[in-house]
Ligand binder design. Structure first.
Ligand SMILES: Nc1ncnc2c1ncn2[C@@H]1O[C@H](COP(=O)(O)OP(=O)(O)O)[C@@H](O)[C@H]1O
Ligand SMILES: CC(=O)OP(=O)(O)O
Ligand SMILES: [Mg+2]
Length: 393
């Protein structure tokens, strides 16, 4: 029994990986189901099975999971555990945890704090508990890596008893990605992780940026929920909270309607009126669409502004690092973010940027402040935690 299945539900995608041992260099299978809840949903499986199929229009996360589990069935007979990405762990779950009946309810109670994610994460755990009865289910939290953020950075300027009684604080998300990228960047820089200082932007459908000091998270743009910070695919990021009251009054929206708009119809999607997907917007911009251009400009400016703000926590910056679907694949977006950050003199190597970095991931010229592209691998981190936590079971 030495295989581990990993399920990573993002807001627009589900990624799967099947590892056959803790030391395997590569998973036997990987799969990406993407454009979920949008037109053109599809799944692609790679590795020992090569397969690609449409999931129809607006496929749900659940149907993507069912499609994968059916196609991958011959590989799922030898499972030692299933590792799940869970976005919000609150203060209750500081570390990766084996999920049982008692803590599943605690986990479900966090759903309101990550409405686009936690309900799907819990759904995935419940589905796997049904399908793989008796096989341990492990939750690996986005929030864990950010537990090192100091009080001055995690407290909001609100009554202190909101923190004490209602756990209102900055949590930070995408932590499993930051944990991987920090280790990988340190390796590429030939530095011990504990001596590595980075500014990392994880730009996917959800987007955030983090300051890493001596290998630990010390500040991050996402907050109590994954709505704060950068402009995202469909989420607004930072706004004046007064805007909510204003829109309630001027449009007669309920609080629920406002929150729905801010989570699902804002960000790139709301600004462009076209799509939450950067690929679609870059194509539209190339075809002369001015609203797509405007949305991308706002997106890039806000990343640069957040990098600059996060930099106050770092005496030295070994590298600025891009990761996530946009960070890894959209050279033009990286270029515009660095150009918008006017008080740091980045000198991009445009051909390295076009090829998403040299062997090290570098996209800047020698002598410039260093910028790297480091593809994330949340699945590997989740698999390693799953192997570790199932060892003693
Ligand atoms: N080749 C590409 N060029 C530009 N953007 C891309 C490309 N591939 C993916 N993306 C962007 O990345 C997003 C998905 O990022 P990812 O990190 O995989 O998503 P999730 O946040 O769901 O985990 C897409 O919504 C799209 O905006
Ligand atoms: C926390 C978050 O926003 O995750 P994702 O980018 O996968 O939607
Ligand atoms: Mg993701």
């Amino acid at each position: 029994m030495d295989s581990v299945l990993v399920i990573n539900s993002g807001s627009s995608s589900v990624k799967f990986a099947l590892y056959t041992s803790a030391t395997a260099a590569h998973p036997a299978l990987t799969a990406l189901a993407e454009r979920l809840n949008e037109p053109g949903s599809a799944i692609r499986i790679r590795g020992e099975l090569e397969h690609q199929q449409s999931l129809g229009e607006h496929a749900s996360h659940r149907s993507a999971m069912q499609a994968f589990l059916q196609l991958a069935q011959p590989w799922l007979g030898n499972l030692r555990g299933v590792g799940h990405r869970v976005v919000h762990g609150g203060e209750r779950f500081a570390h990766s945890t084996v999920i049982d009946d008692s803590n599943l309810a605690d986990l479900a109670s966090l759903s309101a704090l990550a409405p686009l994610h936690n309900p799907l994460n819990v759904q995935g755990i419940e589905l796997c508990r049904e399908l793989f009865a008796g096989i341990p289910q492990i939750a690996v939290f986005d929030t864990s890596f950010h537990q090192s953020i100091p009080e001055a950075a995690y407290l909001y300027g609100v009554p202190y008893d909101w923190y004490e009684q209602d756990a209102v604080r900055r949590y930070g998300f995408h932590g499993t990605s930051y944990r991987y990228v920090t280790q990988e960047a340190a390796r590429r820089l030939h530095k011990p992780v504990e001596e590595t200082n980075l500014l990392i932007a994880h730009l996917g459908n959800g987007c955030s940026a983090t300051a890493v000091r001596f290998g630990q998270s010390v500040d991050s743009t996402m907050g109590l929920t994954p709505l704060e910070g950068l402009v995202m695919g469909s989420r607004c990021g930072d706004i004046d909270p007064g805007l909510i009251e204003h829109m309630q009054r001027s449009r007669g929206l309920t609080l629920e309607q406002c929150m729905h708009e801010l989570n699902r119809n804002s960000g790139l999607k709301g600004l462009s009126g076209l799509s939450n997907d950067m690929r679609t917007l870059l194509q539209a911009e190339a075809d002369g669409n001015a609203t797509a251009r405007r949305a991308i400009d706002v997106f890039c400016f806000r990343v640069a502004r957040s990098f600059a703000a996060l930099s106050v926590s770092l005496a030295d910056i070994d590298a600025v690092v891009f990761t996530g679907g946009i960070g890894e694949h959209a050279a033009g977006v990286r270029q515009r973010i660095l150009a918008a950050w006017r008080n740091r003199n980045f000198r991009l190597d445009s051909s390295l940027n076009q090829q998403h970095g040299d062997d090290q991931g570098r996209i800047t010229q020698q002598g410039s402040p260093l910028v790297l592209v480091v593809p994330t691998d949340e699945e590997r981190m989740i698999a390693l935690d799953t192997y570790q936590l199932t060892e003693a079971l």
